[in-house]
Structure formats: C-alpha cells, structure tokens
Design a protein around this ligand. Structure first.
Ligand code: UD2
Ligand code: MN
Length: 576
C-alpha cells in the first residue's frame, strides 16, 4: 500500500513537473516569437540619463513636462477617448488650428498599444528569415511633437531589429521651437545611432524632403511614412517579403484611420475588405473598390492585391529600384501629385504596385494642412499638370478640358522627365488603361459626350455637388464653354453618366427626380436616345425632362415628343 502511495505521489509530482515544463516551454516560445516581431527599443525611455555625457537639465525638464501630461493606459488598444468639460472645449478650439486633437495626443503615452487588426489568415503566413533591411523615412514640416514622437516610438517598438536598420527623420524647415534643439536632444539620448535627423536648409516640400531621406538611407528598402502614423503587429515583414520576391514590387500597407478627434484606431468597422487607389480625370487620387475580376480571383482577403495608384504617404520600395525607376520629379513643389506621378511611372515602366493587407498602419487624416504653404502658386495643380503632361499622352485632353486654367500656367521644364520615360522605354498610358485600371473614358467608345442640352438651352449639370455620395441630377442654363459640371457622357451600354456616377430612376411615379448613383450596370441605369431626341429611361419608359423649376432638378415624366424640354442633343456624337 505504502509503496503504491509513494509511486502515486511520484506520478503526480512527475506529471505536475512535466506540465509545468511544457507550459514554461510554450511561454518561452511565445516570448521568443514576440521578440522577433517587435523588439522594444524604445525601452531605454525613462532611464536615468544623468550619467550620460549628453545630459542637459533644460531639455530634461521640458521632456518631463511632456511626460507629466500622460495618463497611463489612455488610448491603449486604440480605443476612442473623449475629453470632458473645459478640456474638451479647449481641445476643440485647438483642433481648429492643428487639424487634429493635439490636447488629447499630449495625454496619450508615446508607447500606447494597438490591437492586432489583421485578417486572421495573416497569422499563419510564413516569411523568409533573410528579408531585406529597411530604412524608415519620416518627413515633416511643423508637425507636432507628440504625434511625431509617437510615430517614431511605434516604428521602433513594432519592427524587428534585424530588419530595421535606421529611422531617418527629415525636417522640412520647421519653425516650431519644440522641433529644434529638444528634438536633437531626444534622439541623441533616447535612440542614439538608430534614429538620424536631417534638416533641410529651406522649405523644400514633401517631395524633395523624401528625396533627401532616400539619399541618406543605407538599407535595401526605403519605407516612407507621414509624421502622424502608428504601425501595428507584424506590419513590416509582409512588405519586405514582397519586395524580396521582386524588387520592382512597390508595396503599400492598408492605411487605417486614426480618428483625428478621439485617436481611435478604426478597424474598418471590423471588416477586412479594403479599397485600392484610383484617380479622377481631373487629376486627383481617390479610393476605389477592388475590381470584380480581381476580387473574385482572390482566395483570401489577406492576399497582396494590385492597386492602380497609391495614396502616397505610406509605401515601401527597393532602394535600388527607387533610383532606377526615376525616384521623384524633383521639380514638384510642396505637396500633392507625387503619389500619382509615381504610380503611373511604376506601372508604365515595368513595375507593379500592390496593397499588402497583412501590413496595417494607422494615419491621422486631417481636414486641412496645419502648416503654411509658401508663395501664391497652386503647387498641387502645377505638380498634377506636370505628371499629366509626362504620363497621360493624348489622355491629357481629359484633364485640360476640365481644368483649362492649368493649360496656361508655367509648369516649368518637363524635358528631363520625358527623357526618363524614353530611356526606360515606358509603355503608353493607353496600355495602363487597358491593363492596370479599366476606367471609364468619357469621350472614347461612347455614343456621345459633352454638354447635354434641351431645345430650351438648358443643360444637365452636377450643380457642383460632391459626387462621392448619391445626388439628384441637376439642370442649369448651358455654359458658353464645356465646363466640368456640364460634362456628361452617353455610354454604349446606355448609361447617362459622369466619371463614376450614372443617372438612375427608382420610382415609376411622375414626375420623379433622377438620382446620380455609383454606376453598377443595373437596368435602372439604362437610357435610350431616340431618333427624335427623347432620352427614354428604359425600365420605366419615362422621358428625361429638362423643364427647369426652382430647385434646378431634372425629372422624368411621361414622354411628349412635342415638348422642347424633352428634346435633347449631345454636344459631340461619336457614332451617329
Ligand atoms: C497624402 C499623403 C501624403 C502625400 C500627399 C500628397 C497619405 C496618408 N498621405 O496627404 O504623404 O503623399 O497625399 O502629396 O497617403 N510635409 C513636408 N513638407 C511640406 C508639406 C508636407 O515635409 O511642404 C510632410 C508633412 O509634415 C507630412 C507629410 O509631408 O508628414 C505629408 O503631408 P500631409 O500629412 O499634410 O499629407 P496628407 O496625409 O494630407
Ligand atoms: Mn498625412
């Protein structure tokens, strides 16, 4: 009996030991894995620096004041934070100047945590060990201290040290005091060696600031970020892995929204679907749905997905390829357009551009620029006209038709960029439109386009409304020249449309307003232009009537071929 009990005890202890050992082993493995994904190099932060040769009591005092504002744990896991009372009122006053909630930002610790927001399929992807090294380049002009520093901490905290060789900060001639000596001091004492700061001797704009960063970088890959970002779990490896496969892959993370007011990390409302980059014929970037055929071919929402353009601020590119494919147009000034220029250039000159859904980075989208734009020039417009002239071939007509003012301004010399296009034997824009982004071309392969006019000289008009959401179709006296607001097309599929929206009728009652909704090929978006000029809505058999009422809205009504307000003509008819 006694022997049996002893043996039992032995078994129990042995078993317990085994369990303990296994749990410990698992924990160790987990620790190791965590360490290889995120090496907390901002850990030095807060260490007693008085023994350091760089120690400066003045700056330490300023830094302590910053830290005293922190509320430990505030905003952790990316949750939304609402300020209260007088503080909330002050925050909204400050927000009018800063374009984001600076007061709240100052209370959220630099090392706040974020959730792992990736699609679950991302977690089982295996990446090679020997990925390329990376230089993260963060450019800024008069960004605020707390957001800039949080960006740097976040990158250091969440990037494996074996890949992250350096963080390069480029100060585009900021005026704020806090970005001067205090910043040098902070970097020198907290992250010596790994973070490098370069200052431009005059305001140069974000394009030339990024060029400076690229010139100073020494790693295999350049990774650009805006100065108000936070990166998330395992954000780096998916980007580097794709570049390792092919150096001409230019890759973009999913850019999540960090709420400008509450600092909530918005996880697309919990869904994993994402949009890719497009553009408008008047030269702006926009977000578009992943084309149906691409979406259908994907096995998982975690797969790299080709994107026709990029938003511009957050992307990675092989350093070698960056220079080979023409870096940036250094004549572009201040802000805007460089993202589209690079997108067309990459695609047309043999590269590719992808959104990598397993890499997710948050960015504070601001409603206006909280920094000064020097001079009177419309730099965004000029930058845009520069890339349109270089990359859009004949299609530049579509740009200048609706932005004629830019046809006349001096956009500088583009001969170097045209020479580059020739040297790299880049494909024409028609190739891009056929193979990369099958976008509606308003004056090609259509029944007609231009002003759509009644016998009473009233024209269809978008009434300058924002076309991102559904709007009623408007009417207005025809302008003397074709302007953007009166530019409509009649497609061969019978759509009466603009670039992205189609005239649609949802009700059979008369008279009924006509809605401009996102084109989707459905029957309620089909029209027929009859021999005698009636615009018949196919599924209801009602006619478009341009009789102008006080609300300036177009309506459908019973067809009356004798009514001048129902007899329409298209300005340009391609296939009569
Ligand atoms: C978007 C891009 C931005 C850039 C821009 C088009 C994202 C998330 N952001 O606008 O990176 O491609 O479109 O040009 O895709 N800056 C300078 N010097 C200047 C102006 C700005 O260094 O003269 C810095 C600025 O401090 C910031 C970055 O450039 O870190 C981008 O500026 P932004 O945040 O105002 O641009 P954003 O996000 O509205
Ligand atoms: Mn930005």
């Amino acid at each position: 009996m006694a022997l049996l009990r002893r043996r039992n005890r032995f078994v129990v202890f042995g078993g317990l030991f085994l369990c303990f050992w296994m749990v410990w082993g698992l924990l160790q493995m987990f620790e190791l894995q965590r360490d290889s994904i995120q090496k907390n190099r901002a850990a030095d932060f807060g260490k007693d620096l008085r023994a350091s040769p760089h120690y400066d009591a003045h700056y330490e005092k300023l830094l302590e004041e910053d830290e005293r504002r922190f509320v430990p744990g505030l905003g952790d896991r990316g949750v939304s934070v609402e300020l209260q009372g007088e503080e909330a009122r002050e925050a909204s006053r400050v927000m009018k100047k800063e374009a984001f909630n600076l007061i709240l930002s100052q209370k959220i610790p630099y090392n706040r945590t974020l959730n792992d927001v990736r699609h679950s399929d991302c977690k089982s992807i295996e990446y090679p060990e020997d990925l390329p090294t990376v230089s993260v380049i963060i450019i800024f002009t008069d960004e605020r201290w707390s957001t800039l520093i949080r960006t740097v901490h976040s990158v250091l905290n969440m990037s494996p040290s074996r890949y992250l060789k350096e963080v390069i900060l480029v100060d585009d001639f900021s005026a704020h005091d806090e970005l001067k000596g205090k910043l040098d001091y902070y970097i020198e004492t907290r992250f010596p060696k790994i973070v490098k700061l370069f200052r431009l001797p005059k305001r140069s704009g974000l394009i030339r600031a990024r060029l400076k960063g690229a010139e100073e970088a020494t790693s295999d890959v350049l990774l650009f970020l805006d100065a108000h970002c936070e990166v998330t779990t395992d954000w780096l490896r998916p980007l580097l892995a794709r570049i390792k496969e092919d150096e001409s892959n230019v890759v973009v993370p999913i850019i999540d929204v960090i709420d400008d007011k509450t600092f909530q990390y918005q996880n697309n409302g919990g869904t994993f679907d994402f949009e890719v980059g497009g553009f408008t014929w008047n030269g702006h970037f926009n977000w578009i749905d992943v084309p149906d055929e691409v979406a259908k071919a994907r096995k998982s929402l975690s797969e790299p997905t080709k994107t026709p353009t990029m938003a511009g601020g957050l992307f990675a590119i092989s350093r070698n390829y960056f220079w080979k494919v023409g870096s940036y147009d250094k004549e572009m000034d201040i802000w805007g357009g460089e993202n589209l220029e690079m997108s067309f250039r990459i695609w047309q000159c043999g590269g590719s551009m992808e959104t990598i859904p397993c890499s997710r980075v948050g960015h504070i989208f601001r409603n206006f620029h909280p920094y000064k734009f020097p001079g009177e020039k419309d730099t965004h417009g000029i930058n845009t006209a520069r890339f349109v002239r270089v990359w859009w071939d004949d299609y530049q007509r579509l740009f200048f038709q609706t932005r004629p003012e830019l046809a006349k301004v001096d956009i500088g010399d583009i001969s170097e960029r045209l020479a580059l296009k020739k040297k790299l034997k880049c494909k024409p824009f028609s190739w891009y439109l056929k193979n990369v982004y099958k976008k509606f071309i308003p004056d090609e392969d259509v029944i007609g386009w231009g002003r759509v006019r009644t016998q009473e000289d009233v024209c269809l008009d978008n009434l300058q409304k924002d076309e991102e959401s559904t709007q009623d179709l408007g009417l207005f006296p025809c302008n003397a020249e074709l302007s953007r607001s009166q530019y409509f097309s009649m497609s061969k599929d019978g759509e009466l449309r603009r670039e992205f929206t189609c005239a649609s009728v949802k009700s059979t009652s008369v008279p009924s307003v006509v809605e401009m909704v996102k084109c989707n090929g459905s029957p309620d978006q089909k029209w027929n232009l009859s021999q005698d000029g009636l615009l018949v809505h196919v599924s209801t058999d009602l006619c478009l009537d341009g009789h102008r009422e006080a609300d300036n809205l177009a309506r459908v009504n019973h067809c009356h071929p004798s009514r001048d307000s129902q007899i329409w003509s298209l300005e340009h008819v391609d296939n009569p």
